[in-house]
Design a protein around this ligand. Structure first.
Ligand code: HEC
Ligand code: HEC
Ligand code: HEC
Ligand code: HEC
Ligand code: HEC
Length: 500
């Protein structure tokens, strides 16, 4: 299989680069190893060393596992499948992942009029983040901003360079570039320097949007002037380094600032309230005319609502467990689905066999996925009903309530759907969110059928006017090809069994 081949070629690559690991046969914990390595000559790695290969000379085991993120292997709901494709000039990738919108065309329906209805794929390992972003068809139908780069490249050094030493100023400059301008300034996907302080190797957060998001969140809880790098515990940092990118976001204002909408809290209700108050929409739905939102990968937010988070179990515990490389015990930098590595990822804390733990995880996912399908059907049904009512002559005024209920149903559905653990990170919360989505969609249908029906939530009127210069993530500028979603432009993919 492709995955084995990739692994072999990586091993060859590592060997060619002189990255043989091992050495002393001391059995030490990752932390002890780290202390030992700190003493090693750190002079070569400075605050401007972006290239992970240079860090890799000093930390070969972490580097070797970091390189393994090129591997692709699928699980029941996660991982990814390596699909061969014929490279073109516009998109030189010879391997891509499965298309989520071809797998489930209902997604095209709910995102109609938005770039996600043109191309949206399963995510894969960190090694691919820059090229997958560069070549997604969402780049072809919309002029994307430099803001996209914050989570798809090593930008810790770039921020400072652009801001003449002031990372926040650099962040602001990056956001206001075009994607193409920003793309010329980066070379590496997320790299050592984005999560580690050179020398001490201490974990650190480099993403300004995360610092600002946490500051706003803590302020809402009465904590003043929170500084994540100063105030977070070591354990929290093992989640926060991931929370730098794995969360819901939007581009605020004409300056396209990357903002994590946490000023009221991390729960879906609070984020919905935030967007409603801001009057923010990602786009106007093509069939129904509703001012809707698209959520993306709120792993950090939903993990936070789960019992693992309550018990202090963080991202790195499951996604970067201790593993042995040669004689060394390290934190696995092969960040991937823990279900491909149950022994290291789960059995450290849980009794039982690998199979039992995998079964428990999949049982949670199966139940979640069944609810997800019902919520998606309900949302599609509401969209079709609003479109029919519109065609039958209902006025915009009459459609305010059903359209707002679509906005809610859709955002709730999408929040838990776009979260990539298929319900695992917070089983009850994710399934509850799908239940709420079903309720909003069905209430939307009731408002269409019976004008006396009173929705259980306050209807908020969101403008459906064109956003002008306001930056919306992936918002097709009016008058571009994206207004007529370009499904027909999709290159046919290899036929495959539906994943789900
Ligand atoms: C208790 C263990 C655990 C913790 C803690 C945890 N995850 Fe996960 N995560 C999982 C499992 C299990 C899956 C499902 C994988 C699958 O379906 O193959 C998953 C899936 C994912 C995926 C999708 C992976 C894929 O292969 O599709 C991402 C991304 C992810 N988690 C990120 C995070 C982030 C970020 C955090 C912290 C904010 C976190 N996880 C915390 C266990 C965990
Ligand atoms: C807040 C961080 C963040 C920002 C900003 C961001 N991304 Fe991502 N992106 C991620 C994460 C995390 C994943 C992996 C999880 C997933 O696919 O849901 C991802 C996955 C992707 C993928 C692979 C899966 C897919 O959607 O087909 C593409 C392509 C992509 N992003 C493009 C973009 C573009 C274009 C922009 C700018 C409009 C952007 N990203 C902005 C964090 C971000
Ligand atoms: C996405 C964030 C992230 C990136 C990128 C990253 N690391 Fe780490 N690294 C971690 C986390 C989390 C730990 C666990 C730290 C802890 O618990 O104190 C860690 C631990 C380490 C340690 C301490 C020993 C150990 O294994 O626990 C070393 C050394 C290290 N990383 C080297 C590297 C090198 C070299 C690179 C680049 C090739 C790199 N890291 C990239 C997050 C990252
Ligand atoms: C700089 C932003 C960034 C940081 C920091 C980051 N990720 Fe990611 N992550 C991404 C993007 C983007 C993708 C999708 C790449 C693609 O599809 O090409 C991704 C993909 C993943 C996947 C899917 C891997 C697979 O094989 O399917 C997992 C799991 C994951 N990340 C977990 C984590 C964890 C855990 C951390 C912290 C240790 C972390 N990420 C830190 C941006 C980031
Ligand atoms: C660092 C320790 C730790 C790791 C690693 C860990 N767990 Fe857990 N897990 C816990 C604790 C503690 C609880 C109990 C939380 C509570 O109910 O207070 C728990 C609860 C659970 C539950 C029941 C609660 C729920 O969320 O439904 C499941 C299922 C589970 N874990 C599966 C897994 C799987 C699968 C993995 C590996 C991907 C894993 N855990 C990794 C410590 C861990």
């Amino acid at each position: 299989m492709t995955s084995k081949r990739t692994r072999r070629s990586l091993a060859a690559l590592a060997a060619a680069a002189g990255l043989a690991v091992g050495g002393s046969a001391v059995l030490a914990s990752a932390a002890e190893q780290s202390a030992k390595q700190q003493k090693a000559n750190a002079s070569e790695i400075t605050e401007t060393t972006v290239d992970p290969a240079i860090w890799g000379k000093q930390f070969p085991a972490q580097y070797q596992t970091y390189l393994e993120t090129t591997d692709q292997q699928r699980t029941r709901y996660g991982g990814s499948e390596a699909l061969p494709r014929t490279p073109t000039e516009a998109d030189p990738r010879s391997v891509v992942t499965q298309s989520k919108i071809d797998e489930d065309p209902r997604l095209k329906k709910i995102w109609n009029g938005y770039a996600f209805s043109v191309d949206f794929r399963e995510e894969r390992g960190h090694a691919y983040m820059l090229e997958d972003q560069t070549y997604t068809k969402r780049q072809q139908v919309v002029q994307q901003p430099g803001t996209c780069m914050n989570c798809h490249a090593s930008v810790a050094v770039l921020y400072k360079q652009l801001g003449n030493g002031d990372a926040t100023k650099g962040f602001e400059k990056l956001n206001q570039m075009t994607y193409q301008e920003a793309r010329k300034l980066v070379t590496h996907p997320v790299a050592c320097i984005d999560c580690h302080e050179p020398g001490s190797m201490k974990l650190r957060v480099t993403r300004i949007a995360f610092m600002e998001g946490m500051k706003a969140l803590k302020a809402s809880q009465g904590v003043k002037d929170y500084d994540v790098n100063r105030d977070a515990s070591q354990k929290e940092m093992r989640a926060f380094v991931c929370g730098q990118c794995h969360d819901e976001y939007y581009f605020k204002g004409p300056e396209k600032r990357l903002v994590y909408p946490w000023a009221k809290g991390l729960q879906v209700e609070k984020i919905m309230e935030y967007y409603d108050e801001a009057g923010f929409k990602d786009w106007v739905h093509k069939d129904s005319g509703a001012p809707v939102l698209k959520a993306q990968h709120p792993e950090f937010e939903l993990w936070n609502q789960g019992s693992h988070a309550r018990a202090g179990v963080v991202c790195a515990d499951c996604h970067m467990p201790d593993v042995k490389v040669g004689d060394e015990t390290i934190s696995d930098h092969w960040v991937r689905s823990p279900l491909l590595n149950v022994k290291a990822a789960c059995l450290k804390c849980h009794k039982g066999t690998e199979q039992e733990m995998k079964d428990r995880a999949e049982a949670i996912q199966d139940k979640f996925f069944a609810m997800r399908n019902k919520a998606l059907d309900a949302t599609v049904a509401l969209i079709e009903d609003i479109a029919a009512a519109k065609a039958a002559g209902k006025s915009d005024a009459e459609l305010v309530a059903p359209r707002y209920l679509q906005r809610r149903a859709q955002f709730y559905f999408d929040f838990a759907e776009a979260e990539n653990s298929t319900g695992f990170h917070a089983p009850q919360e994710s399934t509850r969110i799908m239940g709420e989505a079903i309720d909003y969609a069905r209430q939307g249908q009731l408002t269409l059928r019976d004008p006396r029906f009173k929705p259980t939530v306050k209807v908020v009127s969101i403008s459906t006017a064109a956003p002008g210069a306001a930056a919306q993530p992936g918002q097709p500028p009016s008058g571009t090809a994206a207004q007529q979603p370009a499904q027909q432009q999709l290159t046919p993919l290899n036929p495959r069994e539906p994943k789900r």
